[in-house]
Ligand binder design. Structure first.
Ligand SMILES: [Zn+2]
Length: 428
């Protein structure tokens, strides 16, 4: 048989089919690691072993160093340690003369908490398969994408196709809170001509995403026993005013002229009141209440600008209240300090992705603007490395009974394999 592109691709697709059951099992294994913040080491060790033994990659581990990263404009302030929480990088280095372009495949293995698990019909760490769906926390967001990118390269290796350019496989931490895992690996020097991130966007390409910050508002009350409640100030009741102010600010953000990438979106800038903590006894007036929220804002706006504006907005709202005027809330920021971006889909990365997508999906590639953040921002904003997200179909991300469509995982594996052949070129 002649070594035409079609034949090579068919051979690689056959390998994807041949290893499909193994791919599903691998995804089930990944789904069983409860890899929430602080618990990423076991899954990273498992993946690193696989990349080393099965794909024969050179594997490195990078531990984010806040001191080294803190002057970077994309750095977000954590409130936790990076000890024993490595980022994994596997390197496929092409030998001889390089013809194609190099690429990074990157996925995050950190997942958000499944609590309250009583709202789930399936074990969040059980990787249950029902029909064509697999259920579990992080299965769609984004362990399925991680598996697809690994098995795309594996299929190429199993088909004995030698790529003409380098491929880096990164599994990162901290995507759900800071992005410092992704940032640390790039700063360590792991760069390429483009970066693909298989977030579960339903086989669409990502061309824009919003910026995101986290805010913490500490509201003070005047604690007492309930019998003296008329002389006390209840911090929970006071905190309502700050919740109202946050929702007011959200309205204001969405009433401004929209960024063109989000012109069609009815409500691109979302504020989520994610946590409220206060009180510890029904008969005690709580003297403190802490609210934590996530704030989305348009691309092109510096996160610091939004932080300053939001702080001023909240303090102004506090001014209207007698108690809060005298006892202003403490406003601080941690976690996400993420700028948004919008990129032109009229460039090589999208052209190659479109071609690969067309072969597998037999329809044109559509692109989308995302009202959340992804690690693609680092490459696009700070390193001039074009980056997009393209991944399988799933639902209930961060919600109960999160699932991924397994058929779409197989398709994305093939699309990524086709992408690699075209982007990196191969030795005939
Ligand atoms: Zn994700």
């Amino acid at each position: 048989m002649e070594n035409t592109v079609t034949n090579v691709m068919a051979k690689v697709f056959d390998e994807v089919e041949a290893s499909w059951e193994e791919e599903v099992r691998f995804l089930q294994e990944l789904g069983r690691f409860p890899s929430t913040l602080g618990n990423e080491e076991p899954i990273q060790r498992f993946i690193a072993d696989f990349l080393e033994k099965e794909l024969k990659l050179t594997v490195s581990k990078v531990i984010p160093d806040p001191e080294k990263l803190s002057s970077h404009p994309g750095y977000s302030k954590p409130e936790w340690s990076y000890e024993n929480r490595p980022v994994v990088v596997g390197e496929y280095r092409a030998s001889g003369e390089k013809q194609g372009k190099s690429v990074i495949f990157q996925g995050h293995i950190d997942v958000v908490s499944p609590e309250p698990t009583s709202t789930w019909s399936y074990d969040p760490w059980g990787s249950t398969i029902v029909g064509n769906k697999m259920y579990g926390r992080g299965i769609a967001d984004m362990k399925a994408g991680v598996v697809a990118m690994i098995f795309a390269l594996k299929a190429i290796r199993s088909a004995n196709v030698e790529l003409s350019s380098d491929v880096l496989i990164k599994t990162v931490t901290e995507e759900e809170c800071t992005g410092n895992g992704a940032l640390a690996a790039i700063e360590e020097g792991f760069k390429a001509d483009a970066a693909l991130i298989p977030e579960p966007l339903g086989q669409q390409g990502l061309t824009a995403q919003v910026g995101v910050i986290w805010v913490r508002i500490n509201v003070k009350g005047l604690g007492a026993h309930t019998e003296r409640a008329d002389q006390a100030v209840n911090a929970i009741v006071q905190s309502y005013k700050m919740v109202d102010a946050l929702l007011e600010y959200e309205k204001e953000l969405n009433n401004r002229p929209k960024h063109e990438a989000f012109a069609q979106h009815p409500h691109p800038n979302n504020i989520n009141i994610g946590k409220i903590h206060s009180g510890d006894w029904p008969s005690t007036v709580p003297s403190e209440c802490t609210i934590e929220a996530r704030v989305g804002f348009p691309p092109g706006v510096n996160p610091q600008e939004i932080k300053d504006e939001l702080k001023a907005f909240l303090l102004k709202a506090a001014e209207k209240d007698e108690w809060l005027r005298e006892n202003p809330p403490e406003i601080s920021f941690y976690g996400f300090h993420a700028e948004g971006f919008a990129i032109d889909p009229n460039q090589d990365l999208f052209k190659t992705l479109e071609k690969a997508h067309q072969v597998v999906e037999e329809r044109p590639l559509t692109t989308a603007s995302f009202t959340g953040t992804t690690d693609a921002r680092f490459y696009n904003l700070y390193y001039d490395i074009p980056s997009t997200c393209y991944g399988p179909t799933g639902a209930s991300l961060h919600g109960p009974d999160e699932w991924v469509d397994l058929e779409s995982v197989k398709r994305v594996t093939k699309t990524y394999a086709a992408f690699l052949l075209e982007w990196c070129k191969y030795k005939a």
